[in-house]
Design a protein around this ligand. Structure first.
Ligand code: ADP
Length: 523
């Protein structure tokens, strides 16, 4: 590639120093370098070193004359296309001119030289060369783009294959488990089968959540909800979620967290997601019965959280790469571990959004790995830190609520209905918007679980219509949907929804939400 700010070179060839000096004085301008050769041989040497936009060659020179030099230039690939202007004294006869053109001349300049004419001719070649530089620049950029596109396309194909594979993986045990439970619901393994199904389902949900998050973060759609929090609390909540996985893999766990609180100005949910991802990886990439440790330290102005394992380790040359989207270390791909290569990309994005850094270290394959996240400490002293938010453990439900469930997916509606029944609520199911409006008037629910993507009248319209009716101004309406982007939440709230929850909703979450609604209603 020829960089655009590179100077343009002209070659001036004349055996008389005086001629060279006057040509130089005549042509001098910004961005132009004039190379002076006093003989044909010197000119050839310069041509080897420089790309030349124009050669101004004196015809009559001792040794190699101008025509011979031009012929040599035509014969070499490197100099074949260099435009040549011959400078001749007196009238060149037709035959000489012909020889000159044959040797590759584009023009003849007569001595005495007319300065303006030479300058404007030279200008044409200067500009032509600049344009060639630009075209070459564009061509290189296009090449690079096309290479990047091909690479992205390849990664996308690979990703889709992995995605299909990884989504299918948890489906198999779900299918099998369900079939077994259907045949023999009370078999000795029933409880174990349910645990397996539960874990696989959580795994599926996490894959999809990560997938959505990583694209939302890269599009700048995630906003951090920062508050002053103790780093240890983040670790605690991540451990709570990862503990079952750590235990079931038979790993020992070492926790090293100082008593003195270390305050961060951070989004607790997102940071717990970061630590959770690191812990899950430590579990996944460590063979059964390994050792996992997590530590928190304060180093200078930073909180340093390190998650180490005694597992597969990472080759040195891959340690920076693992944070790239879809990057997976080849020999870890025994697929059973399940993953899409997005967890660490998400970790890095989230840590960066917090103004921190994260890095991987491993002494090599089989030597275990350590992931270290460094986060800036909160600017405010701990004493000024706000009281942490009240715990969100479910208040006990003492009242049965009437819940209207609206979903065009009958299986979803029915299973939500059963969940409501299991936690002591009454329910009614409908499968489209219009029936929802009718059922609401007839049933008078305390809460409505309303799907958004309904045929005909969608969930937003149903919600708006309900809010128009006096009887439903204050009824709790919850959007229950597969669309979990920030924009969807805003739309839901504008349409009059009180809550927005993303499918699938677990029983605990549903119970907690309804308990909170009940508590609020009774205040
Ligand atoms: P996934 O685990 O879904 O493949 P991640 O982005 O979480 O994707 O990790 C990217 C890759 O980094 C993994 O595929 C694995 O090869 C490597 N890796 C991550 N954590 C560890 C770890 N604790 N030990 C060894 N390798 C790891």
């Amino acid at each position: 590639m020829i960089p655009l700010n590179e100077p343009v070179h002209f070659l001036l060839v004349d055996d008389l120093e005086g001629n060279l000096i006057s040509l130089e004085a005549l042509l001098r301008r910004d961005g132009l370098v004039l190379l002076k050769a006093r003989s044909g041989d010197e000119a050839l040497e310069l041509l080897l070193r420089y790309d030349v936009a124009l050669a101004l060659i004196d015809v009559r020179m001792p040794g190699l004359d101008g025509f011979e030099l031009a012929e040599l230039m035509r014969g070499a690939e490197r100099t074949r296309r260099v435009p040549i202007m011959f400078v001749t004294a007196g009238d060149a006869d037709r035959q000489r001119r012909f020889r000159g053109y044959e040797a590759g001349a584009v023009d003849f300049i007569q001595k005495p030289i007319e300065p303006d004419i030479l300058r404007s001719k030279a200008e044409v070649f200067f500009e032509l060369y600049r344009q060639r530089q630009q075209i070459a620049g564009h061509r290189d950029a296009l090449k690079a783009n096309s290479h990047a596109l091909k690479e992205a396309d390849r990664r996308k194909d690979e990703f889709l294959a992995t995605l299909a594979h990884e989504l299918r993986n948890p489906l198999a045990p779900l299918r099998h488990g369900l079939d077994i439970l259907r045949r023999s619901p009370d078999s000795a393994e029933a409880a174990e089968i349910r645990d397996i199904m539960d874990r696989q389902l959580n795994h599926l949900v996490r894959l999809i959540d990560d997938l959505l998050d990583v694209s939302r973060v890269s599009q700048g759609k995630i906003e951090l909800r920062r508050q002053t929090i103790a780093a240890a609390d983040v670790i605690r909540s991540a451990l709570e979620a990862s503990r079952p996985m750590i235990d079931s893999a038979g790993h020992s766990l070492q926790i090293d967290v100082p008593e003195q609180p270390i305050w961060l100005d951070a989004d607790p949910t997102r940071l717990a997601q970061v630590v959770g991802n690191l812990l899950n990886n430590a579990v996944k990439y460590t063979p059964q019965g390994g050792r996992i440790s997590i530590s928190l330290r304060r180093v200078g102005g930073e909180a340093v959280i390190a998650v180490s394992d005694t597992g597969l380790g990472i080759p040195r040359d891959k340690q920076a790469e693992v944070f790239q989207l879809f990057a997976q270390v080849d020999h870890h791909l025994d697929r059973a571990r399940g993953g899409l290569g997005i967890g660490l990309a998400l970790v890095k994005q989230l840590v960066t959004m917090h103004g921190g850094t994260v890095e991987a270290y491993s002494a090599g394959p089989g030597e275990g790995s350590t992931f270290t996240a460094r986060l800036p400490l909160a600017a405010r002293p701990a004493a000024e830190a706000p009281v942490p938010e009240a715990s969100t453990t479910p208040a006990s439900v003492s009242r049965s609520l009437k819940v209207l469930v609206v979903d065009d997916n009958e299986a979803v509606a029915q299973t939500v209905g059963w969940m409501l029944e299991a936690i002591g609520h009454d329910y009614r199911l409908v499968y489209d918007g219009r029936s929802a409006l009718e059922a609401a008037q007839d049933y008078r629910p305390d809460a409505i679980l309303l799907d958004i993507g309904l045929p005909g009248m969608d969930g937003y319209e149903v919600c708006r219509a309900l809010r128009q009716m006096e009887a439903f101004r204050k009824t709790t309406i919850i959007a229950q949907t597969g669309w979990g982007q920030e924009r969807d939440k805003v739309l839901a709230s504008e349409a009059g929804f009180d809550h927005h929850i993303v499918k699938p909703v677990g029983l605990d979450k549903l119970e907690q939400l309804l308990a909170e609604i009940d508590t609020l209603k009774r205040r």
